[in-house]
Design a protein around this ligand. Structure first.
Ligand SMILES: C[S@@+](CC[C@H](N)C(=O)[O-])C[C@H]1O[C@@H](n2cnc3c(N)ncnc32)[C@H](O)[C@@H]1O
Length: 294
């Protein structure tokens, strides 16, 4: 299933792009937002497409390469933005977009264990071939470290029970597949927890993915670098999908508001009912627009 870009029109309205702008798409994914960004900056503009997942970058290249305008495809983590862009000879940008989290293709087709609905190896690595995987964490962390991850990154109410279930189960067999982990989560939580609309493994999977990819530090460092590279008057759009991401985005703003960063919208922008109906993945999205003062 091709990824549908979330809050597309609202993002374009917020970024206020002009012909000839240099725009960073820090999470290029399948190129959905990128395509719209390109059409706004025109032939004289430059779109920098960054993604840490080589497969995602290949997808966005396939999508965007045939379109008019200059594109640069950069493989890497946005936490290393300053260095990655300087290697490309880019020292300033007019605007930036961070559409956080995962794409539909990563969830459904990557085979890396992001989905609790598939039977896959428990890797959860956004960067293909990364050395640390979810199964390593499940094999090596102590019960209290696992509980901490489930609690702080997933806000999982049964963190203690699930961590205990993991440590007990791994004494018998290594936990190496999504199916094995889902079974442990179901066995460690009360029956009613599996009967709700939300799958009982949702929060644990989110927590492990955040830990494996060190997502929160990457957000802090990536946003700070984007702010430094941004020209005065330029905008940064950030789309976040859960409370933990929102907290880091807000803390970025608090940190930089003394240094000429303003919030364009008082409240986070959320998808319309129509968008949520057409693209259920958009349900939890929140868009923040920040402006660097002139
Ligand atoms: C929600 S998808 C972006 C979808 C894209 N906006 C589109 O319309 O197709 C998020 C993408 O960001 C990438 N990503 C997440 N964290 C990243 C990071 N720290 N550095 C670089 N890319 C990252 C993921 O690999 C994924 O491809």
């Amino acid at each position: 299933m091709r990824h549908i870009p979330v809050l597309l029109q609202e993002t374009l309205d917020g970024l206020k792009l002009r012909r000839g702008d240099s725009v960073l798409d820090a999470t290029s994914g399948s190129g959905g937002h990128g395509e719209a960004l390109l059409s706004h900056i025109g032939r004289s503009g430059t779109l920098i497409c960054l993604d840490q997942d080589e497969d995602a970058l290949a997808r966005s290249r396939l999508q965007l390469d045939p379109l008019p305008g200059t594109k640069k495809f950069v493989h890497g983590n946005f936490r290393d933005l300053a260095q990655l862009l300087s290697t490309e000879g880019i020292t300033e940008i007019d605007a930036a977009l961070f559409d956080l989290g995962m794409s539909s293709e990563q969830l459904e087709e990557s085979g890396r264990g992001f989905s609790f609905l598939k039977d896959e190896p428990l890797l959860m690595t956004m960067q293909k071939g990364a050395t640390l995987s979810a199964k390593d964490l499940l094999a090596t962390l102590s019960e209290s470290q696992l509980m901490d991850i489930l609690q702080s990154y997933g806000e999982e109410q049964f963190a203690q029970k699930i961590a205990h279930g993991i440590v007990t189960a791994r004494k018998e067999d290594p936990i190496e597949s999504t199916t094995a982990l889902v079974r442990i989560i179901k066995e460690s939580t009360p029956p009613w927890y599996s009967k709700r609309r939300i799958h009982p493994a949702t929060k644990s999977f989110q927590a492990l993915r955040i830990a494996v990819n060190d997502e929160y530090s990457a957000i802090d460092e990536g946003l700070e670098s984007a702010f430094t590279l941004l020209k005065p008057g330029g905008n940064i759009a950030v789309i976040s999908f859960h409370g933990g991401e929102v907290r880091h985005v807000k803390s970025f703003f608090r940190h930089f508001k003394e240094r000429s960063l303003t919030r364009v919208n008082k409240h986070a922008i959320k998808p319309s009912r129509t968008e949520m109906r057409e693209n259920p993945r958009a349900r939890s999205a929140q868009l923040f627009i920040f402006k660097k003062a002139i």
